[in-house]
Design a binder for this molecule. Structure first.
Ligand code: NAD
Length: 298
């Protein structure tokens, strides 16, 4: 069993750390929020007063932070985790969704300090984090992947080695860009169906076995009714917040601009999610784009 330092115990990191404790690992966590520390303590983990205290003596360090800037701060700043950990040789695993460039910069700095690092963003949302069924998309060397796999298996069901450093983040932003576009497509279909006097339950039943089927349609329908567990049936409580979707589509757009890849539908979808956020619904699930769209009726 591993000794794990876990930094960032929010909606995702909190339950992920709790699953590591459940699997028998020794987990010491740090977060800026007292409530998050409390929750880890209740789950059987140890709490620290700082990130450097949390990782002292750890064989694995895991971070689950909001964005690239937080990840760079925590690892690279003076007294950051790479400085603290060099010499003792822990494996570093960043599970946050961040830009490919930050992921590669932090990994390169870690490698220069003699430390192996994986970028291992996740898919599966808060339910996946709680149930230990996340999908991990992992970038890094084959050797680092082999070292980290058992720990990731305590938090997830599907653990994929996507390629070298940054490849996990690259898969993640492509996935979320496709999802962002797809959700708008499903929302438009269900709104048109309503105008055509169709029953949403019937549309769902038929289309989920026809060529329009997708995860957004069959598991996460943005129109209330057809999928009882979907956020659309609880006033769009997240789930995955619209503000985080805006962050992720901005990451995919920045990556696409950098390499000259065409993403016109993602650009259009981003303007929709941005308007959802500007209207005050950034904390709602991203499928709330359906309700926003319904208010734009011609
Ligand atoms: P969150 O805001 O709930 O949690 C982030 C935590 O990091 C907070 O508790 C915050 O206090 C802590 N934090 C920030 N800076 C810190 C620092 N310097 N030191 C210690 N703690 C610090 O966010 P989340 O929903 O858990 O998402 C985390 C990451 O996972 C994001 O990159 C997000 O895009 C990604 N993600 C989220 C979901 C989801 O459904 N929520 C799904 C997949 C991926």
């Amino acid at each position: 069993m591993a000794t794990i330092g876990f930094i960032g115990l929010g909606n995702m990191g909190g339950p992920m750390a709790a699953n590591l404790v459940k699997a028998g690992h020794t987990v010491t966590g740090f977060d800026l929020s007292a409530a998050a520390l409390d929750a880890l303590s209740k789950a059987g983990g140890h709490v620290a007063k700082s990130a450097s205290e949390a990782v002292a003596g750890a064989s694995v360090i895991i971070t689950m932070l909001p964005a690239g800037q937080h990840v760079r701060d925590v690892y690279l700043n003076q007294g950051g985790l790479i400085d603290v950990a060099k010499g003792s040789g822990p494996l570093l695993i960043d599970c946050s969704t961040i830009d490919v460039d930050s992921a590669r910069t932090v990994t390169a700095t870690a490698e220069t300090a003699g430390l192996a690092m994986l970028d291992a963003p996740v898919s599966g949302g808060t339910a996946g984090a709680q149930n230990g069924t996340l999908t991990f998309m992992v970038g890094g060397t084959g050797e680092a992947f082999a070292r980290g796999k058992a720990v990731l298996e305590a938090m997830g069901k599907n653990i994929f080695h996507a390629g070298g450093p940054g490849a996990g983040q690259a898969v993640k932003i492509c996935n979320n860009m496709m999802l962002a576009i797809n959700m708008v497509g499903v929302a438009e279909g269900f709104l048109l169906a309503q105008k055509l006097d169709l029953d949403w339950g019937k549309l769902h039943e038929i289309c989920s076995t026809a060529t329009a089927n997708s995860w957004a349609l069959s598991n996460y329908c943005p129109a209330p009714g057809p999928v009882p567990a979907a956020p659309s049936n609880r006033d769009y409580a997240p789930g995955f917040a619209a503000a985080l979707m805006v962050k992720d589509v901005k990451l995919s757009q920045a990556a696409a601009d950098a390499v000259g890849s065409p993403t016109p539908l993602a650009a259009q979808a981003l303007t929709f999610y941005q308007q959802v956020v500007d209207a005050g619904d950034g904390g709602k699930d991203f499928s709330v784009v359906f309700r926003w769209l319904s208010q734009q009726a011609r």
